[in-house]
Design a protein around this ligand. Structure first.
Ligand code: DAH
Length: 335
């Protein structure tokens, strides 16, 4: 090969590299020209056949060719698909959405952690329930309004969407000997029309403590007072108001002192200084009999509160529907 032929071959190789459409074509050219058995190494090996006086000039030209091919290969960027990638470093970075925990999940997780510190474990139950677990064993008679077709989603005579998490109390006691100490977070259903504070499907957390040692209303109050302080902040206290639930005797409604105004009265607590949060009471002896516990031997308390309700007051959310719309702006603000 003469130097003129070499220059011609070099121009051809550089043209091919410039025109390579994709990474595979580029690699083939690398192999063809500078690979172990490529044409440039072959020329170097054949150097001994070049007349002695031409060798320095020829050798220089070959090295130059190799350098230019290598530079061209390194400088050329192709994509798998074959398009050139233009990198404009003045463009803004690519934004990638980052997930956040839903506020309802946060309240559930936090509640499980708080009650966990007091020895409660988490129990679970199905959302489809039967009449015994959702009503009968909870001492709720057949004429009770919640059994009405207009209040509960029924699927036949003995299948319904649970109206509360309380049936998990029944399942837990039927499956375990006392003592039991559980909370049961879960989804519940009522035939409510949805407005700012009601939803046909919402979440509750049930609590149950039963022991062969005497359990009192004072134990219940201390546990809920601890929960109130941990969940809503220091200085939040609880008060009990007499109430009625079929499955507890006595029954109470539980208020937290308003964490916003510290009990002085504000818009959040409707000037009362208190916010209603839960229902609770001492487990009714009839409930114990339904699950095969002896009410002369065991005693216990139970409570139930709405997850949405706690999240609404904790985070100052005025409309329950915001929890279900999955508006990223809302979720991010709270995350
Ligand atoms: N299940 C009740 C409700 O949905 C809440 C409740 C009240 C649960 C008292 C309890 C309890 O365990 O003891 O309104």
């Amino acid at each position: 090969m003469t130097i003129a032929e070499l220059e011609e071959a070099k121009a051809k190789s550089l043209g091919e590299i410039a025109a390579a459409a994709d990474a595979a074509a580029l690699e083939a050219l690398r192999v063809r020209y500078v690979g172990r058995n490529g044409s440039i190494p072959a020329l170097i090996k054949a150097m001994k056949d070049v007349p002695k006086e031409d060798r320095p000039a020829f050798g220089k030209a070959v090295q130059q060719w190799r350098a230019e091919v290598e530079a061209a290969l390194a400088g050329k960027t192709v994509q798998g698909g074959g398009k050139r990638v233009d990198c404009d470093i003045t463009l803004p970075g690519r934004w990638r959405a980052c997930g956040v925990e839903h506020p309802l999940s946060r309240v559930v997780e936090e509640s499980a952690a708080i009650f966990g510190r007091l020895g409660f474990t988490v129990a679970d139950g199905p959302e489809f329930e039967n009449v015994f677990n959702n009503f009968t064993a909870l001492n709720t008679p057949a004429h009770h309004p919640t059994m009405d077709r207009s209040d509960t989603f029924w699927f036949g005579d003995d299948c319904l969407l649970r109206t509360q998490t309380s049936p998990v109390q029944i399942r837990t006691m039927m499956a375990n000997k006392p003592p039991v100490r559980v909370i049961c977070p879960g989804r519940t259903y009522r035939r409510d029309t949805t407005d700012a504070t009601h939803s046909a499907n919402f979440h509750q957390i049930e609590g149950l403590y039963v022991d062969t040692k005497p359990v009192s209303l004072a134990d219940l109050k201390s546990v809920l007072a601890y929960f109130a302080k941990e969940m809503m902040g220091d200085g939040v206290t609880v008060r009990f108001r007499p109430h009625f639930f079929p499955f507890t005797e006595p029954s109470v409604e539980v208020d937290f002192s308003c964490h916003v105004c510290k009990g002085r009265g504000c818009g959040v607590c409707k000037q009362s200084g208190w916010i209603e949060v839960a229902g609770a009471g001492m487990v009714d002896p009839r409930v114990f009999r339904h699950v095969g516990y002896d009410p002369d031997v065991v005693s216990g308390y139970a409570f139930g509160f709405g997850v949405e309700r706690v999240a609404m007051i904790k985070y100052g959310i005025p409309d329950i529907r915001w929890f279900y719309e999955n508006d990223i702006r809302f979720l991010e603000q709270l995350g």
